[in-house]
Ligand binder design. Structure first.
Ligand SMILES: O=P(O)(O)OC[C@H]1O[C@H](OP(=O)(O)OP(=O)(O)O)[C@H](O)[C@@H]1O
Ligand SMILES: O=c1cc[nH]c(=O)[nH]1
Ligand SMILES: [Mg+2]
Length: 217
């Protein structure tokens, strides 16, 4: 975990460090990176994040036949359900779906309403029978933590327990709040940011992720 923040040195926070991820993140942060490039890189980075966060998935040897002989070969034997927090989580979804082509996919639409000063859920759809699945939850940013906590509150109403939250950037405050509300949830992120501005945007950050993906600046 990040050296500069001992308060959030929780075992279940995984700081993914890889030159390919760091390089791409730097491009995403740049204010003149356009929406097309932002989308392309986010998708590519999501595949790498999925690779890193799935290292411990259970595998089981199953008999197969190669063109030459029979053997026992390892296959993933756990069900993964991917859940995207709209809008910005959609930018990570195709990368994860490519890595887990057999996974089911859920969607949660939540935004931070500036006037209500609260999160608003406008869509919720999970696949049936996902109790016991590993949930790979996607949203590029964790700022105040209210969105991810609201999303996980709802997921848990559906009996899912093993949740891995994937984001690019997280604030120290947001990580604390997430840990207080849901200490069982693992976080996979690329950077713990310095903090937030008065509007709840991460610093140094990358701006509003949804706006940057969809060009709604
Ligand atoms: O930790 P929080 O303070 O809750 O902020 C994080 C949320 O903010 C962004 O979504 P936003 O509300 O901008 O919605 P959008 O994806 O539709 O743009 C981001 O994608 C997270 O969902
Ligand atoms: O910096 C931030 C914080 C919350 N949501 C965003 O999209 N960006
Ligand atoms: Mg937004």
């Amino acid at each position: 975990m990040s050296k500069h923040n001992s308060k959030i040195d929780h075992q279940n926070i995984h700081l993914l460090q890889h030159p390919l991820l760091s390089h791409s993140l730097s491009i995403l942060r740049k204010k003149d990176t356009n929406a097309g490039e932002f989308r392309r890189l986010l998708s590519e980075m999501s595949r790498l994040m999925a690779y890193e966060s799935s290292r411990d998935l259970k595998i089981k040897n199953i008999p197969i036949e190669t063109p030459f002989e029979k053997m026992e070969s390892p296959f993933i034997c756990e069900d993964v359900t991917i859940v995207s927090v709209m809008r910005a989580g959609m930018g990570m979804l195709d990368g994860f779906m490519q890595m887990f082509p057999l996974s089911k996919v859920g969607h949660i639409g939540i935004y931070r309403d500036k006037f209500l000063n609260n999160t608003v859920e406008y869509y919720f759809r999970l696949p049936d029978d996902i109790e016991g699945n590993k949930i790979f939850l996607l949203d590029p940013l964790l700022a105040t933590g209210s969105t991810v906590v609201a999303a996980i509150d709802r997921l848990k109403q559906y009996g899912v327990h093993e949740i891995r939250f994937h984001c690019l950037l997280a604030s120290p405050e947001g990580l604390e709040i997430l840990h207080e509300s849901h200490p069982d949830v693992s976080v996979y992120c690329l950077s713990v940011e310095r903090g937030m501005n008065e509007k709840g945007y991460l610093l140094p950050g990358l701006g509003d992720a949804g706006d940057r993906i969809y060009g709604t600046l």
